[in-house]
Design a binder for this molecule. Structure first.
Ligand code: HEM
Length: 543
């Protein structure tokens, strides 16, 4: 995609900036894989719950929780009428209270997402559930998962429909068909999901007994011996007859759902067949999975993408988000007298630190001129379980988190970057900047009770149809939207300098963050920076 695109820029960052500089907190939380937020030696793993949520279940995050969350949220999908799917309806107490969502993983995971994830106008709660599952898989040894954004959060709970272990095979086949998966895909999805975690005694006393194991204080009977790692051991141990999977060899055969799902007549011959045609397609799914980690990983990657992208039929997802090779980030313009403060960093994807590298930024202005500055190393980040790294440079060479001063009259129209003599200007388009309106440092406080004068600097000649403050609103079911507070155009121009005039609005909510929006030639633009009144200085007359 072409930068800037506010939604794709935000989704790309949430998906790829996972550890280190400018990283999102979600991924930082779930490493290493055997970490469980509520203590060690519990036998639980964050990843499993996150995956199960996407698939079916949500708990306070162990890795397993992050994954199950996604499954349980998705499993309400009805492929015939297009309702349900991955829409964060699992956050509703009514869904969590259902027997089909037994366990504490869902509540735990939602708590984590609300605490740590970025939920905003561009990234929904359900996008975060998908991201949590994806991060869990990728960081615990799993394959890379293609990510699309744009999920829409449900306003009310979905109809029930998460499969339960005591149901018979026919019910499970019908349930997965409703969710949009064939029988073969069902076998795959269960064998892929049950690579993490296990069944906990507290919530499933009819499946798992008290274990009296000091290294497994929560009495979790695991699906395989490597329950914090994505691997094919769940299939391998099943095929080799050593499995301890509580849904295969549980003492209560009624709840041995994995056994019914994995079992196929062909497998009776697995020992001979496996020797003769290893990994061949004629083998059953668990058999092929057991034979080849590659087959397992690639099949699971495809099924997980299908699972994460199962959304209500009125939702349109973005294209798969791939990382921009060169990406400006946190770009802000602020007017300070005759100076434009240009804040920001640039991320160079798939590169590591190299003290000999030179990175510079070029910019075009309104008067046909150009400028350039050398950028300074700001930090490193990594992604996808450490598979990719990125290096960041700040627009201000000596203070990477500070700004570069530009001439306000000349302004700035677009950026480009030169990395070791190689130009990146988005194939000639440049990285467009909007300097038609921005926050002005003349904003200040006056009066008693105190009022904030919020000044927006509007570039002369730009003639916006509207200029407004933007305020994020969270509704009663935690969905974020933006409300617009129009600024009345000044009756007489108030000059900020030779190029900018001020539009002002008085605000009284001291700690509310406001962004700025403007409609210019029928297109709406927003600033990425927000401002709070408590940080304004007193107005000159008040000093
Ligand atoms: C017929 C279908 C399925 C049934 C009956 C089933 C049943 C169960 C049960 C009873 C548990 C134990 C939960 C607990 O102790 O809190 C569990 C855990 C889990 N399930 Fe499934 N499951 C099914 C399909 C799936 C699918 C499709 C996925 C994901 C793709 C998945 C992912 C997980 C994960 C990751 C856990 C571990 C949770 C943890 O350790 O916290 N399951 N499943």
């Amino acid at each position: 995609y072409i930068w800037p695109s506010p939604q794709l820029d935000a989704l790309e960052a949430a998906r790829f900036d996972q550890q280190g500089f400018n990283a999102n907190f979600l991924a930082g939380f779930i490493q290493p894989c055997d970490t469980f937020q509520f203590g060690s030696d519990t036998g639980r793993a964050n990843a499993a719950d996150w995956i199960r949520t996407v698939g079916f279940y949500l708990a306070f995050p162990h890795w397993a929780d992050l994954f199950t969350e996604a499954y349980h949220d998705m499993a309400t999908h009805n492929s015939t009428d297009g309702t349900g799917g991955l829409d964060a309806s699992i956050r509703f107490a009514e869904e969590q209270a259902r027997v089909e969502n037994a366990g504490d993983g869902f509540d735990n995971t939602m708590t984590l997402i609300f605490l740590l994830a970025i939920v905003n106008r561009y990234i929904s709660i359900s996008d975060n559930i998908a991201l949590a599952a994806l991060i869990a898989i990728e960081n615990c040894g799993g394959p890379e998962i293609a990510f699309r954004g744009g999920r829409v959060d449900a306003a009310v709970p979905n109809a029930p429909g998460v499969p339960e272990p005591q149901q018979d095979l026919a019910s499970h086949i019908a349930s997965f068909a409703r969710q949009g998966f064939t029988q073969t895909e069902m076998i795959g999805l269960v064998a892929c999901g049950h690579t993490f975690g296990g069944v906990q005694h507290d919530f499933f006393p009819d499946i798992v007994n008290v274990l009296n194991d000091t290294s497994d204080t929560e009495d979790v009977a695991h699906f395989d011996t490597t329950f914090v790692t994505f691997d094919n051991n769940v299939a391998l141990e099943y095929i080799s007859g050593t499995t301890q999977n509580p849904l295969v060899v549980g003492f209560n055969d009624t709840t041995n759902s994995d056994k019914r799902i994995f079992w196929q007549r062909r497998e009776r011959h697995y020992a001979i067949v496996r020797l003769l045609i290893r990994g061949a397609n004629t083998l059953s799914m668990p058999c092929r999975f057991a034979n080849s980690l590659d087959v397992y990983a690639s099949t699971c990657a495809n099924l997980f993408v299908r699972m994460l992208d199962t959304v209500p039929s009125n939702v349109t997802l973005t294209d798969v988000i791939t990382p921009l090779p060169v990406k400006p980030s946190n770009v802000e313009l602020i007017l300070d007298g005759n100076t434009l403060q240009l804040w920001g960093q640039v991320r160079l994807w798939n590169m590591t630190e190299d003290p000999t590298r030179t990175v510079s930024m070029l910019w075009d202005n309104h008067i046909g001129g150009t400028g350039n500055a050398t950028l300074g190393f700001a930090g490193l980040s990594s992604s996808t379980g450490g598979k990719y790294s990125a290096v960041w440079y700040g627009f201000n060479a000596t203070s990477p988190l500070s700004f570069l001063s530009l001439d306000a009259i000349a302004g700035v129209t677009s950026l480009s970057f030169v990395v070791d003599n190689e130009l990146d200007d988005q194939d000639g388009l440049g990285f467009a900047l909007q300097d038609g309106f921005m926050f002005s440092q003349t904003s200040c406080l006056f009066g008693d009770p105190v009022v904030g004068k919020f000044d927006v600097a509007v570039r002369n000649g730009v003639n916006p149809t509207r200029v407004y403050l933007e305020q994020s609103i969270t509704d009663s079911v935690q969905r974020v939207s933006v409300s617009e507070i129009d600024i009345v155009p000044p009756s007489e121009p108030i000059a900020a300098n030779a190029a900018y005039s001020l539009w002002s609005i008085n605000i009284t909510e001291a700690t509310t963050s406001y962004g700025i929006g403007a409609e210019i030639d029928g297109v709406k633009y927003s600033t990425t920076d927000t401002h709070v009144m408590v940080l304004f200085p007193p107005c000159p007359a008040e000093k």
